[in-house]
Write a new protein. Sequence first.
Length: 400
Amino acid sequence: MHEIVPVFAQVTSKLVERWNDMISNKQGAGIDVDLNGWLSRLTLDALGQGVLSYDFGALSDEPSEYVEVFRGLLADMFTNRSPFQMAMGNLMGRMPTLISQYLLGLSLQATDRFQRFMSISSKISSSIISREKEAVRLGKPHSKDLLSALIRANLRQNSRESLTDEEVLSQMNAFTIAGHDTTSSMLQWVFYELSLHPEVQAKIREEIKFTKAIKKVQELGASEFESMHYTMAVLKETLRFHPIALNNVRLADRDDIIPLAYPVETASGKKVQAIRVRKGQTVFMSQYGYNRIKDLWGKDADKWNPERFLNEKEFDHSKRTIGVFANLATFSSGVHACIGWRFALLEMQAILIGLLEHFEFAPATANPIILRKQSTIMYPAVKGEEDRGAQLPLFIKPVL
Protein backbone atom coordinates (compact mmCIF):
# COMPACT_ATOMS: atom_id res chain seq x y z
CA MET A 1 0.00 0.00 0.00
CA HIS A 2 2.84 2.43 0.85
CA GLU A 3 4.24 2.03 -2.67
CA ILE A 4 1.18 3.82 -4.07
CA VAL A 5 1.96 7.17 -2.38
CA PRO A 6 4.41 8.34 -5.13
CA VAL A 7 1.63 7.67 -7.65
CA PHE A 8 -0.70 10.00 -5.74
CA ALA A 9 2.04 12.64 -5.54
CA GLN A 10 2.69 12.42 -9.28
CA VAL A 11 -1.00 12.82 -10.15
CA THR A 12 -1.31 15.76 -7.73
CA SER A 13 1.64 17.47 -9.44
CA LYS A 14 -0.39 17.48 -12.67
CA LEU A 15 -3.12 19.51 -10.99
CA VAL A 16 -0.51 21.86 -9.52
CA GLU A 17 0.79 22.44 -13.05
CA ARG A 18 -2.73 23.05 -14.43
CA TRP A 19 -3.55 25.59 -11.72
CA ASN A 20 -0.23 27.42 -12.12
CA ASP A 21 -0.89 27.72 -15.87
CA MET A 22 -4.40 29.06 -15.22
CA ILE A 23 -3.08 31.66 -12.75
CA SER A 24 -0.32 32.73 -15.18
CA ASN A 25 -2.85 33.17 -17.98
CA LYS A 26 -5.00 35.43 -15.78
CA GLN A 27 -1.93 37.50 -14.86
CA GLY A 28 -3.26 38.08 -11.36
CA ALA A 29 -2.44 37.11 -7.80
CA GLY A 30 -4.82 34.17 -7.93
CA ILE A 31 -8.06 32.78 -9.32
CA ASP A 32 -11.38 31.28 -8.26
CA VAL A 33 -11.69 27.54 -8.93
CA ASP A 34 -14.46 25.02 -8.32
CA LEU A 35 -12.76 22.47 -6.09
CA ASN A 36 -15.58 20.00 -6.60
CA GLY A 37 -14.80 19.61 -10.28
CA TRP A 38 -11.03 19.64 -9.94
CA LEU A 39 -10.80 17.28 -6.96
CA SER A 40 -13.26 14.90 -8.61
CA ARG A 41 -10.96 14.72 -11.63
CA LEU A 42 -7.83 14.44 -9.48
CA THR A 43 -9.15 11.59 -7.32
CA LEU A 44 -10.38 9.72 -10.38
CA ASP A 45 -6.91 9.83 -11.93
CA ALA A 46 -5.41 8.85 -8.56
CA LEU A 47 -7.75 5.85 -8.41
CA GLY A 48 -6.97 4.90 -11.98
CA GLN A 49 -3.22 4.97 -11.41
CA GLY A 50 -3.31 3.50 -7.90
CA VAL A 51 -5.90 0.78 -8.45
CA LEU A 52 -5.45 -0.10 -12.12
CA SER A 53 -2.16 1.48 -13.31
CA TYR A 54 -4.40 3.11 -15.92
CA ASP A 55 -4.45 6.79 -16.91
CA PHE A 56 -8.05 7.96 -17.30
CA GLY A 57 -6.85 11.40 -18.37
CA ALA A 58 -9.37 13.16 -16.13
CA LEU A 59 -7.01 16.10 -15.60
CA SER A 60 -6.33 16.51 -19.31
CA ASP A 61 -8.19 18.89 -21.62
CA GLU A 62 -9.90 15.98 -23.36
CA PRO A 63 -11.16 13.50 -20.75
CA SER A 64 -11.93 9.97 -21.90
CA GLU A 65 -15.39 8.44 -22.32
CA TYR A 66 -14.84 6.63 -19.01
CA VAL A 67 -14.41 9.96 -17.21
CA GLU A 68 -17.55 11.46 -18.75
CA VAL A 69 -19.61 8.41 -17.76
CA PHE A 70 -18.12 8.06 -14.28
CA ARG A 71 -18.36 11.72 -13.24
CA GLY A 72 -21.28 12.02 -10.82
CA LEU A 73 -22.20 8.35 -11.24
CA LEU A 74 -22.85 7.75 -7.55
CA ALA A 75 -25.18 10.72 -7.25
CA ASP A 76 -26.97 9.76 -10.47
CA MET A 77 -27.55 6.21 -9.27
CA PHE A 78 -29.06 7.18 -5.92
CA THR A 79 -30.51 10.67 -6.20
CA ASN A 80 -32.01 11.03 -9.68
CA ARG A 81 -34.05 7.86 -9.37
CA SER A 82 -37.24 7.00 -11.19
CA PRO A 83 -40.37 5.81 -9.32
CA PHE A 84 -39.50 2.27 -10.49
CA GLN A 85 -36.03 2.45 -8.94
CA MET A 86 -37.37 3.84 -5.67
CA ALA A 87 -39.94 1.04 -5.52
CA MET A 88 -37.20 -1.53 -6.07
CA GLY A 89 -35.18 0.04 -3.27
CA ASN A 90 -38.09 -0.20 -0.84
CA LEU A 91 -38.75 -3.83 -1.74
CA MET A 92 -35.15 -5.02 -1.42
CA GLY A 93 -35.05 -4.93 2.37
CA ARG A 94 -38.20 -7.03 2.63
CA MET A 95 -37.22 -9.87 0.33
CA PRO A 96 -34.96 -12.94 0.62
CA THR A 97 -31.32 -12.31 -0.29
CA LEU A 98 -31.41 -13.83 -3.78
CA ILE A 99 -34.52 -11.86 -4.74
CA SER A 100 -33.06 -8.67 -3.23
CA GLN A 101 -29.93 -9.06 -5.35
CA TYR A 102 -32.08 -9.55 -8.46
CA LEU A 103 -34.13 -6.42 -7.65
CA LEU A 104 -30.93 -4.44 -7.08
CA GLY A 105 -29.76 -5.52 -10.51
CA LEU A 106 -33.02 -4.36 -12.08
CA SER A 107 -32.79 -1.03 -10.27
CA LEU A 108 -29.21 -0.36 -11.39
CA GLN A 109 -29.85 -1.56 -14.93
CA ALA A 110 -32.47 1.17 -15.22
CA THR A 111 -29.61 3.66 -15.00
CA ASP A 112 -28.15 3.94 -18.50
CA ARG A 113 -25.03 5.61 -17.20
CA PHE A 114 -24.34 2.68 -14.87
CA GLN A 115 -24.63 0.25 -17.77
CA ARG A 116 -22.17 2.27 -19.85
CA PHE A 117 -19.79 2.48 -16.90
CA MET A 118 -19.87 -1.29 -16.36
CA SER A 119 -19.19 -1.95 -20.04
CA ILE A 120 -16.21 0.42 -20.28
CA SER A 121 -14.81 -0.58 -16.89
CA SER A 122 -14.99 -4.28 -17.73
CA LYS A 123 -13.02 -3.74 -20.95
CA ILE A 124 -10.28 -1.83 -19.12
CA SER A 125 -10.04 -4.26 -16.21
CA SER A 126 -10.10 -7.31 -18.48
CA SER A 127 -7.14 -6.00 -20.48
CA ILE A 128 -5.23 -5.36 -17.24
CA ILE A 129 -5.98 -8.87 -15.96
CA SER A 130 -4.64 -10.34 -19.21
CA ARG A 131 -1.57 -8.09 -19.01
CA GLU A 132 -0.74 -9.13 -15.45
CA LYS A 133 -1.25 -12.83 -16.10
CA GLU A 134 1.15 -12.59 -19.03
CA ALA A 135 3.64 -10.65 -16.90
CA VAL A 136 3.56 -13.38 -14.24
CA ARG A 137 4.05 -16.05 -16.89
CA LEU A 138 7.11 -14.22 -18.27
CA GLY A 139 8.49 -13.37 -14.82
CA LYS A 140 8.31 -9.62 -15.38
CA PRO A 141 8.38 -7.12 -12.45
CA HIS A 142 4.94 -6.55 -11.02
CA SER A 143 3.01 -3.29 -11.23
CA LYS A 144 2.32 -1.46 -7.96
CA ASP A 145 -1.41 -0.96 -8.39
CA LEU A 146 -4.01 -2.81 -6.29
CA LEU A 147 -5.51 -4.79 -9.16
CA SER A 148 -2.12 -6.21 -10.12
CA ALA A 149 -1.42 -7.14 -6.49
CA LEU A 150 -4.80 -8.87 -6.24
CA ILE A 151 -4.26 -10.80 -9.47
CA ARG A 152 -0.82 -12.01 -8.41
CA ALA A 153 -2.04 -13.02 -4.96
CA ASN A 154 -4.95 -14.78 -6.62
CA LEU A 155 -2.62 -16.77 -8.88
CA ARG A 156 -0.71 -18.02 -5.84
CA GLN A 157 -3.86 -19.53 -4.31
CA ASN A 158 -5.16 -22.97 -5.17
CA SER A 159 -8.09 -23.02 -7.57
CA ARG A 160 -10.67 -23.62 -4.83
CA GLU A 161 -9.66 -20.49 -2.91
CA SER A 162 -8.92 -18.14 -5.81
CA LEU A 163 -11.35 -15.62 -7.25
CA THR A 164 -12.68 -15.89 -10.77
CA ASP A 165 -11.86 -13.09 -13.22
CA GLU A 166 -15.48 -11.93 -12.90
CA GLU A 167 -15.13 -11.70 -9.11
CA VAL A 168 -11.90 -9.72 -9.47
CA LEU A 169 -13.66 -7.33 -11.86
CA SER A 170 -16.53 -6.89 -9.40
CA GLN A 171 -14.10 -6.09 -6.57
CA MET A 172 -12.38 -3.42 -8.63
CA ASN A 173 -15.65 -1.85 -9.80
CA ALA A 174 -16.89 -1.71 -6.21
CA PHE A 175 -13.61 -0.18 -5.03
CA THR A 176 -13.70 2.44 -7.77
CA ILE A 177 -17.35 3.44 -7.30
CA ALA A 178 -17.15 3.53 -3.50
CA GLY A 179 -13.73 5.18 -3.34
CA HIS A 180 -14.02 8.06 -5.80
CA ASP A 181 -16.81 10.45 -4.82
CA THR A 182 -16.28 9.73 -1.12
CA THR A 183 -12.60 10.69 -1.13
CA SER A 184 -13.21 13.67 -3.41
CA SER A 185 -16.00 15.02 -1.18
CA MET A 186 -13.97 14.43 1.98
CA LEU A 187 -11.06 16.42 0.56
CA GLN A 188 -13.43 19.21 -0.42
CA TRP A 189 -14.52 19.57 3.21
CA VAL A 190 -10.86 19.59 4.29
CA PHE A 191 -10.04 22.47 1.94
CA TYR A 192 -13.29 24.26 2.81
CA GLU A 193 -12.27 24.34 6.48
CA LEU A 194 -8.70 25.29 5.60
CA SER A 195 -9.99 28.21 3.51
CA LEU A 196 -11.64 29.54 6.68
CA HIS A 197 -8.56 28.88 8.83
CA PRO A 198 -5.39 30.24 7.15
CA GLU A 199 -3.47 29.74 10.40
CA VAL A 200 -4.06 25.99 10.12
CA GLN A 201 -2.76 26.02 6.54
CA ALA A 202 0.39 27.76 7.76
CA LYS A 203 0.95 25.13 10.48
CA ILE A 204 0.67 22.30 7.96
CA ARG A 205 3.19 23.99 5.65
CA GLU A 206 5.59 24.38 8.57
CA GLU A 207 5.16 20.70 9.40
CA ILE A 208 5.89 19.78 5.77
CA LYS A 209 9.11 21.82 5.81
CA PHE A 210 10.16 20.46 9.19
CA THR A 211 9.50 16.84 8.20
CA LYS A 212 11.47 17.15 4.97
CA ALA A 213 14.37 18.70 6.87
CA ILE A 214 14.43 16.21 9.74
CA LYS A 215 13.96 13.19 7.46
CA LYS A 216 16.36 14.62 4.86
CA VAL A 217 14.03 13.89 1.93
CA GLN A 218 12.77 15.89 -1.03
CA GLU A 219 9.48 14.02 -1.36
CA LEU A 220 7.31 12.81 1.51
CA GLY A 221 6.13 9.20 1.58
CA ALA A 222 3.94 7.06 3.80
CA SER A 223 6.64 6.64 6.47
CA GLU A 224 7.00 10.43 6.72
CA PHE A 225 3.22 10.86 6.90
CA GLU A 226 3.20 8.87 10.13
CA SER A 227 5.25 11.53 11.92
CA MET A 228 3.12 14.45 10.67
CA HIS A 229 0.79 14.60 13.66
CA TYR A 230 -0.72 18.02 12.98
CA THR A 231 -1.60 17.21 9.37
CA MET A 232 -3.19 13.96 10.53
CA ALA A 233 -5.10 15.84 13.25
CA VAL A 234 -6.62 18.07 10.54
CA LEU A 235 -7.75 15.02 8.57
CA LYS A 236 -9.11 13.27 11.68
CA GLU A 237 -11.05 16.35 12.73
CA THR A 238 -12.57 16.80 9.28
CA LEU A 239 -13.54 13.13 9.16
CA ARG A 240 -15.22 13.64 12.53
CA PHE A 241 -16.90 16.95 11.80
CA HIS A 242 -17.91 16.29 8.18
CA PRO A 243 -18.66 12.54 7.91
CA ILE A 244 -19.43 11.75 4.28
CA ALA A 245 -22.24 9.35 5.21
CA LEU A 246 -24.44 10.79 7.94
CA ASN A 247 -25.88 7.42 8.90
CA ASN A 248 -25.63 3.73 8.24
CA VAL A 249 -28.27 1.03 7.95
CA ARG A 250 -28.14 -2.58 9.11
CA LEU A 251 -30.70 -5.39 9.01
CA ALA A 252 -30.95 -7.56 12.14
CA ASP A 253 -30.44 -11.24 11.27
CA ARG A 254 -31.68 -12.41 14.69
CA ASP A 255 -33.43 -11.20 17.83
CA ASP A 256 -31.00 -9.31 20.04
CA ILE A 257 -30.60 -6.72 22.76
CA ILE A 258 -28.31 -3.77 22.03
CA PRO A 259 -26.73 -2.21 25.16
CA LEU A 260 -26.46 1.58 25.19
CA ALA A 261 -23.40 3.56 26.27
CA TYR A 262 -25.69 6.24 27.68
CA PRO A 263 -29.30 5.98 28.96
CA VAL A 264 -31.91 7.20 26.46
CA GLU A 265 -35.24 8.72 27.40
CA THR A 266 -38.15 7.34 25.35
CA ALA A 267 -41.22 9.27 24.21
CA SER A 268 -43.05 8.03 27.31
CA GLY A 269 -40.41 9.51 29.59
CA LYS A 270 -38.87 6.16 30.55
CA LYS A 271 -35.08 5.87 30.59
CA VAL A 272 -33.69 2.73 28.98
CA GLN A 273 -30.20 1.20 29.05
CA ALA A 274 -30.73 -1.17 26.11
CA ILE A 275 -32.85 -1.56 22.98
CA ARG A 276 -34.55 -4.79 21.97
CA VAL A 277 -34.23 -5.59 18.25
CA ARG A 278 -36.28 -8.18 16.39
CA LYS A 279 -35.05 -10.27 13.49
CA GLY A 280 -35.74 -8.48 10.21
CA GLN A 281 -35.87 -5.01 11.74
CA THR A 282 -33.88 -2.18 10.18
CA VAL A 283 -31.43 -0.40 12.47
CA PHE A 284 -30.29 3.14 11.63
CA MET A 285 -26.94 4.21 13.10
CA SER A 286 -25.90 7.85 13.05
CA GLN A 287 -22.21 8.41 12.35
CA TYR A 288 -22.92 12.13 12.52
CA GLY A 289 -24.51 11.77 15.97
CA TYR A 290 -21.69 9.64 17.39
CA ASN A 291 -19.03 12.00 16.04
CA ARG A 292 -20.71 14.93 17.85
CA ILE A 293 -21.16 13.36 21.33
CA LYS A 294 -19.72 15.93 23.74
CA ASP A 295 -18.85 13.36 26.41
CA LEU A 296 -16.53 11.75 23.85
CA TRP A 297 -15.16 14.70 21.91
CA GLY A 298 -15.39 17.62 24.30
CA LYS A 299 -17.76 20.52 24.93
CA ASP A 300 -16.77 22.06 21.59
CA ALA A 301 -17.78 18.93 19.62
CA ASP A 302 -19.96 21.12 17.38
CA LYS A 303 -16.92 23.11 16.26
CA TRP A 304 -14.10 22.18 13.86
CA ASN A 305 -10.97 22.06 16.00
CA PRO A 306 -7.99 19.89 14.94
CA GLU A 307 -6.26 20.58 18.27
CA ARG A 308 -8.56 18.08 19.99
CA PHE A 309 -6.63 15.22 18.37
CA LEU A 310 -3.35 16.60 19.73
CA ASN A 311 -4.71 16.57 23.29
CA GLU A 312 -6.41 13.19 23.41
CA LYS A 313 -5.15 12.46 26.94
CA GLU A 314 -8.00 14.67 28.14
CA PHE A 315 -10.59 12.14 26.96
CA ASP A 316 -11.76 8.84 28.41
CA HIS A 317 -10.78 6.42 25.66
CA SER A 318 -12.72 3.58 27.31
CA LYS A 319 -15.90 5.23 26.03
CA ARG A 320 -14.63 5.29 22.44
CA THR A 321 -14.99 1.71 21.31
CA ILE A 322 -16.05 1.80 17.66
CA GLY A 323 -14.48 2.62 14.33
CA VAL A 324 -11.47 1.27 12.47
CA PHE A 325 -9.65 4.61 12.55
CA ALA A 326 -9.21 7.17 15.35
CA ASN A 327 -12.32 5.80 17.12
CA LEU A 328 -14.44 7.61 14.51
CA ALA A 329 -17.66 6.20 13.12
CA THR A 330 -16.94 7.70 9.69
CA PHE A 331 -15.49 4.52 8.15
CA SER A 332 -18.04 2.37 10.01
CA SER A 333 -16.88 -0.58 12.10
CA GLY A 334 -16.56 -4.35 12.33
CA VAL A 335 -16.72 -6.69 9.35
CA HIS A 336 -18.70 -4.10 7.35
CA ALA A 337 -16.15 -1.31 7.79
CA CYS A 338 -14.92 0.52 4.70
CA ILE A 339 -12.46 -1.81 2.96
CA GLY A 340 -10.55 1.07 1.40
CA TRP A 341 -10.02 3.31 4.42
CA ARG A 342 -6.22 2.93 4.49
CA PHE A 343 -6.02 3.63 0.75
CA ALA A 344 -8.24 6.69 1.19
CA LEU A 345 -6.15 8.08 4.05
CA LEU A 346 -2.89 7.80 2.13
CA GLU A 347 -4.53 9.38 -0.91
CA MET A 348 -5.92 12.29 1.12
CA GLN A 349 -2.60 12.89 2.88
CA ALA A 350 -0.66 12.93 -0.39
CA ILE A 351 -3.12 15.28 -2.12
CA LEU A 352 -3.47 17.61 0.87
CA ILE A 353 0.30 17.96 1.26
CA GLY A 354 0.90 18.26 -2.49
CA LEU A 355 -1.60 21.11 -2.93
CA LEU A 356 -0.88 23.01 0.29
CA GLU A 357 2.82 23.13 -0.53
CA HIS A 358 2.03 25.19 -3.62
CA PHE A 359 -1.22 27.08 -2.96
CA GLU A 360 -3.03 29.12 -0.35
CA PHE A 361 -6.79 28.62 -0.14
CA ALA A 362 -9.40 31.24 0.78
CA PRO A 363 -13.16 31.76 0.28
CA ALA A 364 -14.09 32.59 -3.32
CA THR A 365 -14.16 36.23 -4.42
CA ALA A 366 -17.97 36.42 -4.25
CA ASN A 367 -17.84 34.81 -0.76
CA PRO A 368 -20.80 32.44 -1.38
CA ILE A 369 -22.47 30.59 1.49
CA ILE A 370 -21.56 26.90 1.36
CA LEU A 371 -24.26 24.43 2.39
CA ARG A 372 -24.05 20.77 3.36
CA LYS A 373 -26.28 18.72 1.08
CA GLN A 374 -26.93 15.02 1.47
CA SER A 375 -27.53 12.40 -1.20
CA THR A 376 -25.65 9.11 -0.96
CA ILE A 377 -22.81 11.22 0.44
CA MET A 378 -22.62 14.69 1.94
CA TYR A 379 -21.43 17.25 -0.59
CA PRO A 380 -20.91 21.04 -0.63
CA ALA A 381 -23.33 23.26 -2.56
CA VAL A 382 -23.68 27.02 -3.03
CA LYS A 383 -26.70 28.62 -1.37
CA GLY A 384 -29.12 29.78 -4.05
CA GLU A 385 -27.56 27.43 -6.62
CA GLU A 386 -28.55 24.10 -5.12
CA ASP A 387 -30.04 23.02 -8.45
CA ARG A 388 -26.52 23.03 -9.93
CA GLY A 389 -25.47 20.23 -7.61
CA ALA A 390 -22.09 19.92 -5.90
CA GLN A 391 -19.92 23.05 -6.01
CA LEU A 392 -17.11 24.40 -3.87
CA PRO A 393 -15.75 27.68 -5.28
CA LEU A 394 -12.54 28.77 -3.52
CA PHE A 395 -9.85 31.34 -4.25
CA ILE A 396 -6.32 29.98 -4.74
CA LYS A 397 -2.99 31.74 -5.09
CA PRO A 398 0.60 30.48 -5.18
CA VAL A 399 2.51 30.15 -1.93
CA LEU A 400 5.23 32.80 -1.88
